[in-house]
Design a binder for this molecule. Structure first.
Ligand code: FMN
Length: 191
């Protein structure tokens, strides 16, 4: 992972907001600076699923940007970052990223990560996945984006929704190259 600049966390309007909050907490615990941007729908789902309003969410990041702030420093490729994760990633945002649309700060910064060939992770949550979403995710994967579907690892025998959330956040940190203690991997019998 590039060492300069913040990790950008983009929160769009899919279900799975607790994963985003867990990612933010773990990045802070790891001492990783975070630039946060949430879409309007993202803020709505965060409120519905975690009870956090915009101000409370902003406290989880070094800096939170408005989604209409297209002049923000992180909208430019000249501003270094350590990578970006869109968590959760709505079908609508996945479509915009696959098509190269950058009409909001979240989608613009993701586009910058594609053009600068930096680490970009998306965490979609939709089921069943329509063909159109699968096509967009395949296009993103072909561009080097990590498509980290919000699907539980039952083999780790989670005991609660918090275990599932921590596992998914841990997978995100694995792909950002940030150390964490969110989950322990599978240990086969006999080592
Ligand atoms: C409570 C709630 C849950 C939603 N869950 C999902 C979801 O799991 N996946 C998805 O793709 N869209 C979901 N949506 C719809 C998106 O929020 C909607 O398409 C929105 O326009 C996405 O905008 P954005 O991509 O700018 O965040 C949900 C909406 C609400 C209000």
């Amino acid at each position: 992972m590039q060492q300069d600049g913040p990790v950008v966390v983009g929160v769009s309007g899919a279900s799975g907001a607790p994963i985003a909050v867990k990612v933010l907490e773990a990045l802070r615990e790891a001492g990783c600076p975070v630039a946060l941007v949430a879409s309007e729908a993202g803020l709505e789902v965060v409120r519905a699923e975690t009870g956090l309003d915009r101000a409370a969410l902003a406290r989880h990041a070094e800096k939170m940007y408005s989604d209409d702030d297209l002049g923000a420093a992180i909208a430019s490729g000249s501003r270094p970052t350590r990578g970006m994760v869109v968590v959760p990633c709505s079908s609508s945002t996945a479509a915009k990223l696959a098509l190269g649309l950058g009409d909001t700060l979240l989608t613009r910064v993701a586009h910058v990560h594609l053009k600068e060939r930096r680490k970009l992770i998306v965490v979609p949550r939709e089921t069943p996945m329509p063909t159109i979403l699968l096509r967009h995710l395949a296009a993103l994967s072909e561009l080097g984006v990590v498509v980290l579907v919000a699907s539980p690892a039952y083999y780790l025998q989670p005991r609660s929704i918090d275990d599932v959330t921590a596992y998914l956040a841990g997978k995100v940190l694995d792909h950002l190259g940030v150390e964490h203690r969110l989950y322990h991997g599978w240990k086969a019998e006999g080592g």
